[in-house]
Design a protein around this ligand. Structure first.
Ligand SMILES: [Zn+2]
Length: 285
């Protein structure tokens, strides 16, 4: 569908050719929708206390073993989390097309869309975004986005994981679609949760199987950047900024680590202000 839309808009660019994945499986919108599983070393010990039973906006309090922003490491301050985020209003049942009502089902705490005909409940769950941080000759491969949102800004190859593929397979596929690059996944690098918009990023370190890359349909440019030349003022998303900052920090400290963290945008900030965030629950191997 995306392919047809791009053709119609005159934005069609030749897809990357000949690869193990279907070059025409371009249904993944690559972060184009909405707003931004790896082994983990340690996860925070959450102690959840319900405050407003029966409320659509259940608050929970969690205590992390350690937490930090990208710039300050290991503050051990307990942080309150808000479990509500942006959810879509669903007016019609996705199974039978019947009209929905919005109620809190028995035994649950969140408002759900419930079909008035077949009774099925439409649960909305986070989406997983998978991508590759590609190292080559002490540089990283970035793509300039050729689609909204953040058209013209730089990102690592990443997009929504598809049903039927693993996170690593999805990251490899997205890299092929956006950078026409064949990569080998080396290790998990980061899991970054963005609760407010219901996304989790899983980023892998990867290397090029060969030195060839070029912009795919969703990119206008692809380049290798030395770490000192990364365009930090022209990045597409907070998640990419966090990923690259953590990576540069790790390289300077001698080795990449595995990072887990939660990206929380500052209340009232513009979605385009990618620096208006805090990285909470930051854990690293
Ligand atoms: Zn229904």
């Amino acid at each position: 569908m995306l392919l047809k839309a791009m053709q119609a808009l005159g934005h069609w660019r030749r897809p990357c050719s000949s690869y193990g994945f279907s070059a025409l499986s371009l249904s993944s919108p690559s972060l184009g929708r909405g707003r931004g599983s790896s082994p983990s070393p340690r996860f925070p010990a959450f102690s959840v206390r319900r405050r407003h039973r029966g409320s659509g906006a259940v608050r929970a309090r969690a205590t992390a073993l350690s937490g930090s922003s990208p710039d300050t490491a290991h503050s051990a301050t307990p942080v309150g989390i808000q479990t509500s985020g942006i959810v879509k209003k669903i007016n019609f049942c996705q199974w039978c097309g019947g009209p929905t009502k919005h109620e809190i089902p028995d035994g649950e705490e969140k408002m759900r869309a419930i079909c008035t005909l077949c009774g099925k409940i439409a649960y909305q769950n986070p989406k997983m975004v998978v991508g590759c941080l590609i190292e080559h000759d002490n540089k990283v491969l970035l793509c300039k986005r050729n689609i909204e949102p953040s058209n013209g800004l730089w990102t690592i190859p990443a997009g929504y994981m598809e049903i039927g593929e693993s996170a690593a397979e999805g990251a490899i596929r997205e890299t092929w679609e956006e950078a026409c690059a064949e990569v080998e996944v080396l290790s998990p690098f980061a899991q970054l949760d963005i609760p407010r918009i219901g996304q989790t990023y899983v980023i892998f370190l990867a290397k090029l199987r060969n030195p060839h890359f070029s912009p795919g349909p969703e990119s206008s440019d692809c380049q290798l950047f030395a770490l000192d030349d990364i365009p930090f003022d022209s990045l597409a998303f907070s998640s990419i900024l966090v990923t690259l900052k953590l990576y540069v920090q790790d390289v300077k400290n001698g080795r990449p680590r595995f990072h887990y963290g939660t990206i929380n945008k500052r209340p009232g900030s513009s979605p385009s202000d990618i620096r208006a965030y805090t990285l909470d629950y930051h854990l690293q191997s």
